[in-house]
Design a protein around this ligand. Structure first.
Ligand code: CUA
Length: 346
């Protein structure tokens, strides 16, 4: 049987190994730096692996030497420990080789940094703005006509849409505190600092969805400040753009704008959800595809048309006693405007 000390040490080492292994498998599901899917992330990962392998080789040589010397020259019965003084060749070797290694790592890092920080090269195909705020990212596409809406330019929340194989400059800003933009398998990271313009570039080689996260502690919601990068095949990006612009324009249509603004300023948004908008209430039904429903008011009114919507919005408890939807006391004109807007929810 081994002495207690050795058994305790063995137990601790096993626990450490198990903890390391389980954390690695947990990482396999999440954002992971060493699964590069774009040129920038790849350059970082390459540098990491070069240094890692070099470090392992150095570790093996140095520790191997120490262990070998410790065993071979140790003091033992009938053997006096050897004493060494001065070994010019060895001392020169372990000075020159590490110096050369450190210098070449510096040069290599310098080159990679140059590549990573080059956000203004001629091959930048698109510019997208990203704003960090407690606690979400908003992406705007104000640099190209194809993103133009009836008012302003396209914006997406939390989802960043790009075509594959294109170098894209991300211009970062922050609304409140410092945030940090990071999509590990694509590249980064870069801080978004209030009052200062920072930028980075990204490029995805393959279509897919890549997870990213704010990497600067920015308050309560920091851990949930996620980024979803959607890389579309080049041929499908135009279709996505057209659809996104069309969807966004529905909300800007001058004919329904008054009602839309009214809806979003009233208590409606506290209870109802309309996907991809700030209306995220969970108490009442989801209204995203309101006009595709067969009935409203839990079946009390059918079909879903202007007349029935007007009756319902004017005074819900009068249609369905006991309903949770209150009578907001809207004027006829307000009801008309809101119903006009509701009819755009197809
Ligand atoms: Cu934003 Cu952490």
């Amino acid at each position: 049987m081994f002495p207690v000390r050795i058994r305790v040490a063995f137990g601790l080492i096993s626990a450490l190994v198990i903890a390391l292994l389980s954390s690695t498998s947990a990482l396999a599901d999440g954002p992971w730096t060493n699964d590069p899917q774009g040129p920038q992330a790849k350059s970082t990962a390459d540098l990491y692996w070069i240094m890692f392998v070099a470090a392992v080789v150095v570790l093996a040589i140095v520790d191997g030497g120490i262990i070998y010397a410790g065993i071979k020259f140790r003091e033992r019965p009938g053997h006096v420990a050897k004493q060494f003084h001065g070994q010019n060749f060895l001392e020169l070797t372990w000075t020159v080789i590490p110096t050369l290694m450190v210098v070449s790592f510096s040069v290599l890092s310098w080159q990679k940094l140059d590549f990573i920080n080059n956000t203004r090269s001629g091959d930048v195909g698109m510019v997208i703005q990203a704003q960090g705020a407690q606690w979400s990212w908003t992406f705007s596409y104000p640099h190209e006509d194809r993103f133009k809406l009836l008012e302003g330019y396209l914006q997406t929340g939390e989802e960043l849409h790009i075509p594959v194989g294109m170098k894209i400059r991300i211009e970062l800003s922050a609304k409140d505190v410092i945030h940090s933009f990071w999509i590990p398998s694509i590249g980064g990271k870069k801080d978004a600092v209030p009052g200062r313009a920072t930028e980075l570039w990204i490029q995805a080689d393959k279509p897919g969805t890549y997870k990213g996260q704010c990497l600067e502690f920015c308050g309560d919601g920091h851990a949930d400040m996620l980024i979803t990068l959607v890389a579309h095949p080049q041929s499908e990006y135009a279709a996505w753009t057209t659809q996104a612009v069309k969807d966004a324009n529905v909300f800007l249509d001058p004919a329904t704008k008054v009602g839309r603004e009214l809806f979003f300023s009233l208590a409606c948004v506290g209870c109802h959800t309309i996907d991809k908008t700030t209306a995220q209430g969970k108490i009442g039904p989801n209204l995203t595809h309101l006009m595709s429903k067969k009935s409203i008011a839990g079946g009390a009114l059918s079909p879903v048309n202007e007349e029935n919507l007007t009756r319902w919005v004017s005074n819900p408890p009068a249609v369905k006693p006991g309903t949770l939807m209150p009578n907001l006391g809207l004027s006829q004109q307000q009801v008309h405007d809101i119903v006009l807007f509701l009819q755009t929810l197809k």
